[in-house]
Write a protein that binds this ligand. Structure first.
Ligand SMILES: [Zn+2]
Ligand SMILES: [Zn+2]
Length: 416
């Protein structure tokens, strides 16, 4: 029979890599609780409309990358390509705006995009992210950005770069888009077919194009930076000032527009050059219209999403030690019950303990102890059972000692 493989763009994660995931997930839970974020878990699939309305029907994500399907009742459902729209939907549906304060959420989970798979990039990928609702202070923007950078630094990720921009608001963006469209039309044929299509839809998307020809022409286009309204300019200045209080350095990148339609004012992206070329680790920004757009109150929002596969790649050098195993061995099958009971006691104490039920002699059990990475093998034989003691073999040094059972706990505390 043909072997069944995992679908393209998906992968299995297991030991030892899984330990890095546990490490990262624990770090997220611990870190974001310090800022009063609460975890939220939303469904992996939603009504397709949530994303076409939330992310924008003109975007690359919605047009090309979504896993959309009809269920047996002919509903159009989509595997979530990102989580901000879902968190906003959940907050509206459960009326969390009144129930939870402060309105700060973090999430960890799989997202799905029909994208070209490459190193560190999958069709099912893990993101973690945070969202803050109902706070339009520029200092919150700075705190959100600070937390992202500080978190990555605490993971010992190096060569971190922060790109920052303001993408304007409904007061100033329409006028800028007119100017941009006009300038883009004047360049006409110099753009790729994809970009020409964007001119009438959302010309900001032109800045996302990676075609060298388009990038060159885009370099001459007018920038939102020079067309911000007073409110956006003040907000942006205050964000930069607060970042300086927090000791966060940044680069203004006027071409940073981000791929999703819902951003207003602050937009940012964090990359690391640790693995050679600059790699995007996370991106986010403010989305002051999204909540109302999705049927909620007129309320500000800001957040970011981070690619966990990319972060894991940067954790390669950290390594996470395997747990030290205690292996309980028995010389004759008749001592197996003693071994089982000793294992139970040791697990209660918190140690990872393994008993081999298959191996019938000590030699085979020692072999197995090496396979499972045992640090110590505790041996029960007639002599030990009679005298109320246990022999302990240090698997690294091969040294063996015998101690009284009542001293075992003390010995482990010193030597484990
Ligand atoms: Zn504005
Ligand atoms: Zn192009």
């Amino acid at each position: 029979m043909n072997e069944i493989k995992a679908p393209k763009g998906t992968r299995d994660i297991f030991s030892p890599e899984i330990r890095k995931w546990h490490f990262l997930e624990n770090a997220i839970h611990t870190y974001y609780r310090k800022f009063l974020y609460q975890e939220i878990r939303t469904p992996i699939f939603e009504h397709s409309e949530l994303f076409s309305r939330g992310i924008g029907s003109e975007t690359e994500v919605v047009q090309k990358e979504m896993y959309t399907f009809s269920d047996k009742s002919d509903r159009s459902l989509t595997l979530r390509p990102e989580n901000t729209a879902s968190v906003v939907r959940a907050a509206i549906e459960n009326n969390l705006f009144e129930a939870i304060a402060p309105l700060r959420f973090y999430y960890i989970g799989p997202m799905f995009r029909y994208d070209k798979p490459q190193k560190g990039r999958y069709r099912q990928f893990q993101q973690f992210g945070i969202e803050v609702f109902a706070d339009d202070s520029p200092q919150v923007d700075a705190e959100v950005i600070f937390s992202a950078i500080d978190f990555l630094k605490k993971l010992k990720i190096e060569d971190i770069r922060l790109d920052l921009n303001s993408v304007g608001c409904p007061q100033c963006r329409p006028a800028y888009l007119q100017v941009l469209r006009k300038a883009a039309r004047a360049e006409g044929d110099r753009f790729c077919a994809d970009c020409r299509r964007k001119i009438d839809g959302n010309p900001l998307r032109i800045f996302d194009c990676k075609q060298p020809g388009c990038m060159e022409v885009a370099g001459r286009l007018p920038l939102i930076h020079d067309h911000l309204c007073a409110a956006c300019r003040d907000h942006f200045a205050a964000v930069r000032e607060a970042l300086s209080w927090m000791n966060v350095s940044f680069q203004i990148n006027p071409r940073l527009v981000r791929g999703l339609d819902y951003y207003t004012k602050t937009a940012f992206e964090v990359t690391s050059g640790q693995l050679g070329a600059q790699n995007a680790l996370l991106g986010g920004g403010r989305y002051n219209n999204l909540i109302q757009e999705l049927g909620g109150p007129d309320m500000a929002g800001i957040g970011f999403a981070a690619g966990m596969e990319r972060i894991i790649l940067h954790l390669e050098h950290l390594g996470t030690p395997a747990p030290k195993v205690l292996f309980v061995a028995y010389q004759e099958p008749q001592w197996l019950p003693h071994a089982v009971q000793m294992a139970q006691v040791l697990r209660e104490e918190g140690y990872p303990v393994y008993v081999d039920y298959q191996a019938k002699n000590l030699k085979k059990q020692f072999k197995r102890a090496d396979r499972v990475g045992a640090a110590f093998t505790l041996i029960l034989a007639e002599d030990e059972i009679q005298s109320g003691s246990v022999s302990i073999k240090d698997m690294a040094s091969q040294e063996q000692i015998k101690i009284s059972l009542k001293d075992l706990n003390e010995w482990l505390k010193k030597n484990y």
